[in-house]
Design a binder for this molecule. Structure first.
Ligand code: NAP
Length: 232
């Protein structure tokens, strides 16, 4: 069945891989980010928004009924705690957490009209597994997890909310951590499965959570992380 799905941040990384997957399934896709594709494929509607801009978010021409929302904007700002300023914490909260709050305030009426909508947001492996230099991003993503689980309870059974918590995945966001052969090998070696993530692997989980097959799941966190969070 064709669904109306809104993806915030779909021209890079995991969001881009998700759009490639969903387009082949003939869904109506609404994609918004700061620099959207000016020539989208058939069935993809793009618009420009910055989730960190002051004030409420305005999303144009959304369908009255939304069956899915995937929120992709995020950050990797790794520094020792004594070099993390309050502004660093605020910036990480703005893009990861407050942007999601704003998008949800704007779209909840459309999601409720679906009767069986699915919301997916991204956390990080560093929320459940303490990692040095992750204090700011882990705090912001912990806020995302708290928000999503609360809303999963508040809006059941009409809207489902689930979280995907990746470890290091090969996207433009992670370029600074994977930008040389030496860094990539060290990153792969840190994971029990001896690989970093591929955006398609995360996109596949998001697509599953949007689908009918995933429709008995809400309030969960999916740890897609090469074994990082649970294995030694
Ligand atoms: N990659 C990893 O290693 C990793 C690890 C753990 C968690 N995650 C999480 O997974 C999610 C997806 O990450 P990714 O690696 O796919 O990131 P990415 O490659 O940076 O893609 C992020 C997307 O969000 C959009 N975006 C960024 N800032 C925005 C803003 N202010 N307003 C509107 N749109 C914005 C970008 O498009 P524009 O540039 O056009 O705005 C882009 O399409 C993030 O939440 C991230 O925190 C990733």
């Amino acid at each position: 069945m064709s669904k109306n799905i809104l993806i915030i941040g779909g021209n890079s990384g995991i969001g881009k891989a998700l759009i490639e997957k969903l387009s082949s399934e003939n869904h109506n896709l609404f994609v918004a980010s700061r620099n959207p594709d000016p020539n989208p494929s058939h069935g993809i509607h793009t618009q420009s928004i910055d989730v960190t801009a002051e004030g409420e978010i305005s999303l144009n021409d959304l369908p009255e009924k939304l069956d899915g929302l995937v929120y992709c904007p995020g950050s990797i700002n790794l520094k020792p705690f004594n070099r993390l300023s309050q502004q660093d914490f605020q910036n990480d909260l703005n893009i990861n957490f407050f942007g999601l709050v704003k998008v949800l305030h704007h779209t909840i009426p459309n999601l409720r009209k679906s009767g069986n909508a699915s919301v997916v947001a991204f956390s990080t492996v560093a929320v459940n597994t303490g990692m040095p230099f992750h204090a700011s991003v882990a705090s912001a993503k912990a806020a995302v997890e708290g928000l999503m689980r609360s809303l999963a309870s508040e809006y059941a059974p009409v809207v489902r909310f689930n979280i995907i918590a990746p470890s290091l995945t090969d996207t433009p966001l992670a370029e600074g951590l994977l930008g040389s052969e030496r860094k990539r090998e060290a990153a792969e070696d840190r994971h029990p499965l001896k690989k970093v993530g591929h955006p398609g692997q995360l996109a596949a989980t998001a697509a599953f959570l949007l689908s009918e097959e995933g429709s008995w799941i809400s309030g969960q966190t999916f740890h897609i992380d090469g074994g990082m969070s649970n294995l030694k």
